[in-house]
Design a protein around this ligand. Sequence first.
Ligand SMILES: *Cc1c(COP(=O)(O)O)cnc(C)c1O
Length: 470
Amino acid sequence: MKQEELRALLERVVDIAVDYRAGAATRPHRPDKSYDEALKAFATHAPQQGVSARVVIDELAALAEGGFANMIGPRFFGWVIGASAPVGLAADWLTSGWAQNTGNAHATPSSSACEEIAARWIVEMIGLPEGSSVGFVTGGTMANFTCLAAARNEVLKRAGWDVEADGLYGAPEVHVVLGDEAHSTVFSALRYLGLGANRVKRVGVDAEGRIDGAAFKDAVNALDGPIIAIAQAGHINSGAFDPFNEIADACAGKNAWLHVDGAIGLWAGAVSSLAQLAAGLDRADSWGADGHKWLQTPHDCGYAIVRDPEAHRRAMSITASYLPAGDVRHPADFVPELSRRARGFATWAMLRHLGKAGVAAMVERHCALARRMARNLAADHDIEIMNDVVLNQVAVRLGVSLDPILADKLTEKAITRIQHDGVCFVGGAQWRGRQIIRVSVIGEGTTEDDIDKSAEAMVRAWRVVRAEEA
Ligand SMILES: *Cc1c(COP(=O)(O)O)cnc(C)c1O
């Protein structure tokens, strides 16, 4: 392709993306198309003949139009999803432009170096042990997987077993201890690792979903042999943090590895006003974190952070005669993949843009906005906030005065109605035996006004649903 053609093609993409983003605040916070409609738009037979790049891009934009979730919108509170901030997006475009397959440091010096420095910044900002290694993975799921692979390797090595060479058959039993409300992706990771999703010791939790420290200690004390303990920083519904100090104390003196799933909350480590919440976080052996949640990098981006870089490397490294080795950090040695995107650029850009102060200010702002949302909603006597809003997550129960089964049914209806109205987007979840609305305040652009408008829209939808039922 000629330079001018490439420029025109990329400028066309800039126009499409800028127009799309300009509309984020005013566009409804829902897709205008269903999945079936989107599928119909794209459904044709495999093309026999190709067309020009420009035609492809225009066609793609036209076919996808209307089927987008407004995830960068300021009133998007569904799941736990960052808003892909402009500087991260820009760095991500450069990442594609530069096209560095970032597996090997000697092959791609700048993307590997940028990643290594971004890794050190993450460790320093969150206050984790100096020298911890970081693998740049696709998200929290692969961060948990990677860290737990290092954990499995290390506790078995200490028990005299080389799991990398000899696998799990005949190995000493590895006990896994975790909270009863550990995130579903932790169980996925345990499945991938041959440890089994059900072969775990689940410890009881309190009303916030937080591990009961005393019960955890009893569980660990009752076990002999290698142990993997799993805690979390940021419960998916309540935002609660497990009592890391108690858990780390329980693990001390045992052949135990403590992993923290911090997909949501690890960035709280960068915030001095949240120091109490995060107390003991730095005592773990590994931490999973997300870039594409609170740090607002584009998808996909997560971090597998391990205190012992050698355990991390042993679990993940790839050697091949055609890969230059040498005594440096090779990005591929810390992640499951060999060929991969240079995720360090977008991470570096976000951290350089925000600085630790900016990260802390953003996290604090979102926590304050979550409390505001909770206050606004709780002003309605028929709405209850089920969690202690210590972070950015708000668990909302509707129909306090109603029979629980009816309240749950109407809550589901209210969620559908809120989503259809499109002022804001919220999702539901089952928690403590009830249907809740889960609000995650995590988007870069959310303001107090957005919170007020959204709370109003939610209350309005709820009243309509209740009136229809009466
Ligand atoms: C989102 C989340 C994950 C999974 O992270 P992905 O980036 O979606 O892979 C794991 N744990 C918790 C607590 C999460 O909120």
